[in-house]
Design a protein around this ligand. Structure first.
Ligand SMILES: *Cc1c(COP(=O)(O)O)cnc(C)c1O
Length: 468
């Protein structure tokens, strides 16, 4: 066939866009969207034909140009466009706070409250009792004071924002004394020395990488010192011949020289998890030492939404609330909604352990994990009898730059196939409708059950059904 004749077989847009073919799509995506996708598909077909050589043209399958084939292609594209770029995945890595996987999953009540508060209007900045303007800063005030013993609290976008605001409000134009062992890089462009510079405060380093004594801070104090700061080295550990100043020691020095003590504690742990092998500071105990201001993330071990929480002495927090940066760093009603429900759980430690996913995952017993792994293994065997399935021990982790040296003894289901490589299996699961993120260890695909939610067990089995 001549090229011209083939080109003439391409349906016209109007021939394709028939009401009965697209009534659903017109309703769902909108007429303009369907029309523009149709135009694009037809243009692409035309461009392809124009690029064909004589020989290829000879063998061209003219059925490709039937209206039904073109309509199918358009519908596929419309469907693909409907899939969101941000969507749920199944975390079978056993790493509880995976920064790449959205950190802390929210508790059910937090999710529900986000829906309740964001579907309609809310009293975000309105005092319903008095019938006049209120402040969003008051929303978490009473609860945080009750839970931490701090005088006042403020919530911002994340802990990086909190650091920026705290330093700007408390130490702009002044020196902040920090140990050389605590000049943390959290990831991305977040490095303490850089943030310090941005905030207008000057970093005054003291001590050495492995040893900093209380007297090092004391010696650094001069007329231009604005604050003493301790930063929790959340994502690394210095071991061996080491020494660091404890919070209460810094508090004593601060008192003597009339300087505030700031603690960037990072992970926001609210309870004591020492019995689970987690030797981390927690918020109430840190505040108990008498520090002036603490700051931490909302979506690490606190188990809530992305946020930075600043708690401490009223005179400093008041200043932060009035700082010009406060408006730029403020959080939305959805964050407040999720945070309030999450924090309420902490009124009773047992309730927090039961309902907050991050805490529940950390504290799940081996027996429960083993039982869950056995059920997953059974489901996988039932779904696909050709796979090799067994139960193995796994080293689970806290992740998200928290407790880097802590390995939680976990249980995983290990899967291999005689037909396909483990790499291929891993990729297949990742590309599944609900992507499953698993990890390869010694050429086996491991599904660590600690981070897998109950309802996701069936999804994993279903994804593996497709392996030949
Ligand atoms: C995680 C962390 C931060 C950054 O917190 P984001 O909420 O990710 O902005 C800052 N400081 C410390 C010590 C941290 O652990």
């Amino acid at each position: 066939m001549k090229k011209n004749e083939v080109l003439r077989q391409i349906p016209k847009i109007d021939e394709v866009l028939k009401e009965h073919l697209f009534s659903n799509a017109f309703e769902k995506s909108g007429r303009d969207v369907v029309t523009s996708v149709t135009r694009k598909v037809i243009d692409e077909v035309r461009a392809k034909i124009l690029a064909l050589g004589d020989n290829e043209l000879e063998h061209y399958d003219i059925k490709k140009l039937s209206i039904s084939r073109i309509v199918d292609e358009i519908k596929d594209r419309l469907e693909a466009d409907e899939v969101n770029h941000l969507h749920g995945i199944i975390n079978a890595t056993g790493t509880i706070l995976h920064t790449n996987l959205g950190r802390a999953p929210l508790c059910e009540d937090a999710v529900h409250n986000v829906e309740m508060v964001s579907r309609g209007y809310s009293n975000l900045e309105y005092d319903v009792k008095l019938g006049k303007r209120g402040s969003r800063h008051d929303i978490l005030q009473d609860l945080m004071v009750e839970l931490t013993g701090a005088e006042d609290v403020m919530i911002v976008n994340n802990n990086a924002s909190a650091t920026m605001l705290v330093l700007s409000a408390m130490a702009e134009g002044h020196e902040v004394v920090v140990s050389r062992g605590e000049l943390v890089e959290i990831g991305g462009a977040f490095r303490i020395p850089d943030i310090m510079e941005q905030s207008g405060a000057t970093l005054h380093e003291v001590g050495t990488t492995n040893k900093t004594k209380p007297s090092d801070y004391e010696k650094a104090i001069n007329e231009n010192t604005g604050a003493l700061m301790k930063i929790h080295t959340s994502n690394y550990k210095i071991m061996g011949f080491t020494e660091e100043a404890e919070l209460d020691e810094l508090v004593a020095i601060g008192k003597e020289h009339d300087l505030p003590v700031i603690f960037d504690m990072g992970n926001g742990l609210m309870v004591n998890l020492a019995e689970y092998g987690l030797d981390e500071p927690n918020v109430p105990a840190s505040l108990d030492t008498g520090i002036d201001v603490i700051l931490f993330s909302g979506d690490k071990l606190l188990g809530g939404p992305q946020a930075g929480i600043i708690a401490g002495k009223r005179k400093y927090i008041e200043k932060m609330k009035k700082h010009p940066l406060a408006r730029a760093l403020r959080v939305d009603k959805m964050t407040f909604a999720a945070m309030e429900e999450t924090l309420k759980k902490y009124r009773d430690t047992k309730v927090a352990m039961r309902d907050i996913p991050v805490l529940r995952m950390i504290t799940t017993s081996r027996e429960v994990l083993l039982e869950k792994a056995m059920r997953l293994a059974d489901k996988i065997r039932t779904a696909n009898s050709k796979l090799n399935v067994k139960i193995v021990d796994a080293d689970d982790q806290i992740g998200g730059g928290s407790a880097p040296m802590v390995f939680l003894p976990g249980v995983a289901v290990a899967v291999t196939s005689a037909e396909v490589t483990t790499k291929w299996l891993e990729r297949l699961l990742r590309k599944h409708e609900i992507p499953v993120i698993a990890r390869i260890h010694e050429d086996e695909l491991l599904f660590s059950v600690r981070t897998v939610l109950e309802r996701e067990l069936d999804d994993i089995a279903a994804a593996l059904r497709e392996v030949e």
